[in-house]
Design a protein around this ligand. Structure first.
Ligand code: HEC
Length: 137
């Protein structure tokens, strides 16, 4: 019989390994860009969710994730429109071998769909902002 505590420990270990995987593949400067803040309350909420769950991979582009500063990588994704872009972080994105590159709910099961959408909205706003640093918004 599986002890429920063992199941919790196994889950925590899996999450730790996942995050460790993100850590080892850092490519850019350790600190990354300063992430912009926006007055819009939904984007402000999205920022705090993004900082907690999405930053690990998307700040520097770890684990094959598009970095917030990599506009060339984002451009074709942005062209798909937001409804299409929400699907990846909600359902997860698999590689050719069927292994998750981005896990469903970005690995954070406590997030509601609306929170994931807000985090994605924030990331898209930040990607656009970082692409045109001179423009104030
Ligand atoms: C474990 C690392 C990881 C975490 C954490 C993560 N992502 Fe991703 N994300 C990826 C990878 C890898 C891709 C690129 C997948 C591909 O297109 O091949 C990606 C792609 C995306 C895309 C583009 C999808 C598309 O259709 O092109 C969006 C939007 C996105 N992530 C949003 C988020 C949001 C929002 C969060 C936080 C709630 C998040 N990600 C957390 C790894 C991660």
């Amino acid at each position: 019989m599986i002890n429920p505590n063992d199941a919790i420990l196994a889950t925590m270990l899996a999450i730790t390994l996942l995050l460790a995987g993100c850590e080892t593949e850092k490519s850019g400067p350790q600190d990354g860009p300063e992430m912009p803040s926006f007055d819009n309350p939904a984007l402000a909420e999205g920022r705090s969710i993004w900082m907690g769950t999405c930053r690990a991979c998307h700040l520097l582009g770890s684990a094959g994730a598009p970095a917030v500063t990599d506009y060339a990588n984002w451009e074709p994704r942005l062209a798909k429109g937001m409804p299409a872009l929400y699907k990846g972080p909600i359902n997860g994105i698999k590689d050719e071998q069927g292994k998750y590159k981005m896990p469903p709910r970005a690995g954070n099961n406590r997030l509601a769909n609306s929170q994931i959408r807000r985090a994605a909205d924030y990331m898209v706003a930040a990607v656009r902002h970082l692409h045109r640093p001179a423009q104030s918004d």
